[in-house]
Design a protein around this ligand. Structure first.
Ligand code: NAD
Length: 446
């Protein structure tokens, strides 16, 4: 099939390249000419494992192209996927880009005779596609739903594992308002023999939000219990969670075998969730509920536990080591999670700010996210600097904080950390691997 994807960020670009890799002909459209130019050269503007090779392959096969000319792209396509950003504005999603894309597509639909299915892939709150998007297209095209198609196909990919997630999804949700759009989606996703849910658009939208809200709920629930364990003392929360995880409702037993022998990452405590999705999506779901007169008590709790969680790092260091003023602190990891250069809502911001406000000197490192972090941080104080090679900074540090679970930080275990403190906020290492340092973490006070 020939498909136009509007918006070439993490979701649009990965979707476009993966659909092309499966045999479709994809044109990715972005309003940012720099993105279009670099993509045409085969260089992705985002960091995602496996993406450069797949992009090069699809460009060479003639199945992928990028342009800023939406009309030309639509003219040669069987359907369109909208994957523009939906940023958060005071906890509510901003639909400016979605509305604009819908109007642009609507104008095109008004100018052609054929049926064009429009699929929303951006994360939008339940009831957006079948109202806001539909109305924008109807107004701009002068046509009614049925003369064009409407679908909602939420995306569940995780940054850092986006290609793998798109290529091997656990399910695909085919939200649709009409049979023509369902037929389009069925053909689009025919190369993926996985569980497919055929639902209306607002159900598809709520599946996406519920999914993120339930995962965020696990994280905040574990973090709250971890903080209690630390307050009690004599407990390592990881032992507690191993005990919880062996419940057969978390890790079922089939015959003699555990289905998931490794503790789920969402049950490992840390310094909170970040990124461009969880915080924004949980806030948006809460706002929608409140607007509809629902209390949303659990989501309020999820967000307030999460907002306070990075402070545990500084509070624990202060409690265990005393005043931090004048101490040098090496912060390892600035991205919100490993394998990405995305720093949106990264817990490293409050951790670095908290350390600075305690008077510590901070040396920060990330394999690929230092530059975006520096840009987003604002004015860089004298007591904060960025290091290219963390290995060279260990000797001069009093405290090492692992804030992002990058694999390369496992090598901390081989360093001489005698006389230092190691705060492993992500449980990357075991206490025995602390290189002689005093091992500190979330939910552990022995
Ligand atoms: P992004 O901000 O990285 O990219 C959006 C792109 O859309 C930008 O490059 C922008 O220039 C472009 N754009 C905006 N309006 C346009 C228009 N009218 N025409 C052409 N281009 C336009 O966003 P993202 O992270 O890819 O997220 C996109 C959507 O997918 C959001 O709703 C997000 O919540 C959702 N989502 C994101 C992830 C993730 O991991 N990033 C995962 C699942 C779902």
């Amino acid at each position: 099939m020939r498909v136009t994807v509007i918006g070439t960020g993490y979701v649009g670009l990965v979707s476009g390249v993966c659909l092309a890799a499966k045999g479709h002909t994809v044109i990715c459209v972005d309003r940012n000419p720099e993105i279009v130019a670099t993509l045409a050269r085969g260089v992705p503007h985002i960091h995602e494992r496996g993406l450069p090779a797949l992009l090069t392959e699809c460009l060479a096969a003639g199945r992928f192209s990028a342009t800023a000319d939406l009309e030309a792209a639509l003219a040669g396509s069987d359907g369109v996927i909208v994957a523009v950003g939906t940023p958060s504005e005071n906890g509510v999603i901003d639909l400016t880009y979605v509305r604009e894309a819908a109007r642009q597509v609507g104008r095109f639909i008004g100018s052609v005779e054929r049926f064009v299915p429009v699929i929303v892939k951006s994360t939008v709150i339940a009831g957006t596609t079948d109202t806001v998007v539909r109305e924008e297209i109807e107004r701009a095209s002068g046509k009614r739903l049925g003369q064009f198609g409407l679908g909602m196909n939420p995306e569940f990919l995780r940054e850092g594992e986006a290609i793998e997630d798109f290529m091997q999804p656990d399910r695909i949700v085919l939200g649709h308002e009409d049979e023509g759009t369902l037929a389009f989606l069925e053909e689009l996703y025919a190369p993926w023999p996985v569980d497919k849910l055929r639902v209306n658009c607002r159900t598809a939208e709520l599946i996406k939000y519920s999914n993120n809200a339930m995962l965020a709920l696990q994280i905040s629930a574990v973090n709250e219990i971890a903080n209690l364990a630390a307050a009690l003392g004599g407990i390592d929360i990881l032992d507690v969670m191993k005990g919880v995880h062996l419940d057969k409702r978390w890790s079922p037993i089939e015959g003699e075998r555990r289905i998931s022998p490794h503790i789920l990452t969402y049950l490992i405590p840390g310094c909170g969730f970040g990124g461009s999705c969880f915080p924004k999506d949980v806030q948006a779901l809460r706002s929608q509920g409140e607007q509809l007169g629902q209390e949303m008590a659990i989501l309020n709790g999820v967000l307030s536990v999460n907002a306070a969680q990075p402070d545990q790092v500084v509070a624990t260091l202060r409690r265990e080591l005393g005043a931090l003023s004048g101490r040098r602190c090496l912060v390892l990891g600035l991205a919100f999670k490993p394998e990405t250069d995305d720093v949106r809502e990264s817990a490293s911001f409050p951790i670095v700010r908290g350390l600075l406000s305690e008077g510590a000197e901070v040396v920060a490192h990330d394999p690929i996210a230092a530059e975006p972090f520096r840009k987003a941080f604002g004015e860089i104080p004298l007591r904060l600097r960025f290091a290219d090679r963390w290995q060279e900074e260990v000797a001069g540090a009093d405290i090492v904080v692992i804030a992002t679970k990058w694999d390369e930080y496992r090598a901390v275990a081989g360093c001489d950390l005698a006389g230092k403190a190691l705060f492993d906020a992500r449980r990357l290492l075991s206490p025995e691997q602390a290189g002689g340092a005093r091992y500190l973490s979330i939910g552990r006070r022995l």
